[in-house]
Structure formats: C-alpha cells, structure tokens
Write a protein that binds this ligand. Structure first.
Ligand code: DGL
Length: 300
C-alpha cells in the first residue's frame, strides 16, 4: 500500500485552496494541512523581509502539525521568501513560480506570455527569470522547438507584459469573485495585456483561478490561460515518488505516527484571522465542504 504523506500548504488567505483542490483531486495518497494567513492578508504589497518572517512562522507551525513537505501556495511568497525558507528548513519545498513559468513556456504558441500577479510578485521579476531559466534549460517540448516561428527566430519566447492586480485579492477574500465589480476591474487590468498581444496568460496569484470565468469572458477564447497549480501537482508527484524511493532505501526516516494521529482526515484548515469568514468564503469558492477551521495566532 502507498504511504499517505502529509503536505503542509500556506497562502495569505483562500487563494491556496485553488492549489489544494488540484492536489486532492489528482493525488489520492496525500493529506493536507492548510494555513491561511487571513489576519495579514493581502501579502501582495508586503516587503520581502515581512514575507520571510511570515513564512518562517508558518512553516514552523506546519512542521509541528506533521507536514513532511511544504507547498508554498502563494506566488508572492514563492517569488520572494522561498529561497530563504529552503535554506532555513530541512524539508522539501515546492513554490508556484518555477513550475508556472515552465508550463507557460511549454504552452505558448506565439511566444508572447503575459502575467497577472500581485505588485510584489511583478516587482520581483521572478516570473521573467523563471521563463528565461525554462528556456535555458531546454524544457521546450520538441514540437515547439520545431515550430516554424521558433526555427526562423521570428518570435522568441518571452514574458512580454506583467500586470499587477492589487484589487483582485481583496475582492476574492470578500467573496466577490463573481461580481460586476470583478468584471469591471478585470477589464481594466487585462486591457494592457490584450494590447500587448499576449497569447498565453499566467495566473500568477493563487487567488486568481477563482476569477477564471471572469478573465475568460474578458479575454475571449484566443488566449491560453495557464494555472501554475497544474504544474505544481506534477512536481509534487515526482517529489512523492522520490520520498518513497528514499524511504525504501533507508535514506529517510518515516514521520512520527503520533504527530499525524490515527483518525482519517484529508485536509485540516488553520487560519490566523476569522475562521468563520474563511469557512464561508472557502465553501462558496470550492464545491467540497470545509467544515472545521481552527484559529492559530502566530508571531507573538
Ligand atoms: N495568493 C497569493 C499569491 O499567490 C497572495 C495574494 C495576496 O495576499 O496579495 O500571490
């Protein structure tokens, strides 16, 4: 029987639930401990130092809850704090940016990639670096390399336009993802990307998949929308396989059963803010039920 692993995940709020949903649907042998830092949402304009401090507090908490690996289900933290967190904690960590950039490079046809993200993620330029790294590593599938435009060098693949969208996260956290305000704001934010002629759009904030219908409606059918969560699931699958192999070969100790507890559960939810609001908004956004949310105070 395959070993049930415990994944710790965090985001500033409900955004990481879009990643969690993909993981739970596709990877049946995992359990998730989710932390939403709702007392300190939004992260989108926080400094790198703050995001590192928040990340350290949260990862320490998640490890205490039995997490064997961490998915940083927040692009803003992935773009800024992740390298430091990887250095400080002896536990595997997967972020959003590298997998998301690779997926966009794989999917683009005309080579014109757009990004919507928080201001901090855009300022970090992490996605442009990710796109360059994906190209340098030659992750391009063969058929893309052979495509005429690429061969003739008419159109290099690049992140041509990044747009910060600071109003999206507060709207989603307030349960207004499907509102006329959301539609109006989406039109304003997406116009420069349309003008830049992007053929592929990275949803560079884990909150944004909740707006996908609104974004699709605004952009029409000709732009491919890339959700990095799908690439994160693939990376996680590879990591889980490695962990199984290492454990079989005795290179890794299995986690203490006492920490994990005997009762069967698939996901547990913790927040730093109002548990009731998280449950209500989370349940509106996801079809499956979030029944119990616990409040945890960090950083005091
Ligand atoms: N969902 C997060 C991200 O992916 C954070 C958004 C925010 O809190 O501003 O960037």
């Amino acid at each position: 029987m395959k070993k049930q692993r415990v994944i710790g995940m965090f985001d500033s709020g409900v955004g990481g639930l879009t990643v969690m949903k993909e993981i739970l649907e596709r990877l049946l042998d995992v359990r998730i401990v989710y932390f939403g830092d709702t007392a300190r949402v939004p992260y989108g304009n926080r400094s790198r130092e703050e995001l590192i401090r928040f990340g350290e507090e949260i990862v320490t908490f998640l490890i205490g809850q039995g997490a064997e690996m961490i998915v940083v289900a927040c692009n803003t933290s992935s773009a800024t704090a992740l390298p430091v967190l990887r250095d400080r904690f002896d536990i595997p960590m997967i972020g959003m940016v590298e997998p998301g950039a690779r997926l966009a490079v794989e999917k683009t046809i005309a080579g014109r990639i757009g990004l919507i993200a928080t201001e901090t993620t855009v300022r970090s330029k992490a996605y442009s670096s990710g796109v360059s790294r994906a190209l340098a590593k030659g992750t391009l599938p063969e058929d893309l390399v052979l495509r005429e435009a690429w061969q003739l060098g008419e159109q290099a693949i690049a992140l041509v336009k990044a747009q910060g969208c600071p109003l999206f996260v507060p709207l989603i956290e307030a349960g207004l993802a499907n509102s006329s305000e959301a539609r109006g704001i989406a039109r304003t934010y997406l116009a420069p990307l349309q003008a830049a002629g992007v053929d592929t759009l990275i949803l560079g904030c884990t909150h944004y998949p909740f707006l996908e219908p609104v974004i699709r409606e605004t952009l029409g059918e000709n732009v491919l929308i890339v959700d990095p969560a799908l690439a994160v699931v693939k990376e996680l699958e590879i990591l889980l396989q490695h962990l199984d192999d290492w454990e079989c070969s005795g290179l890794l100790e299995s986690p203490a059963a006492s920490v994990l507890g005997k009762k069967h559960w698939r996901a547990r939810y913790f927040v730093s803010g109002d548990p009731g609001l998280f449950r209500q908004v989370g349940n509106t956004l996801l079809s499956e039920g979030i029944d119990h949310v616990e409040q945890v105070v960090l950083g005091e």
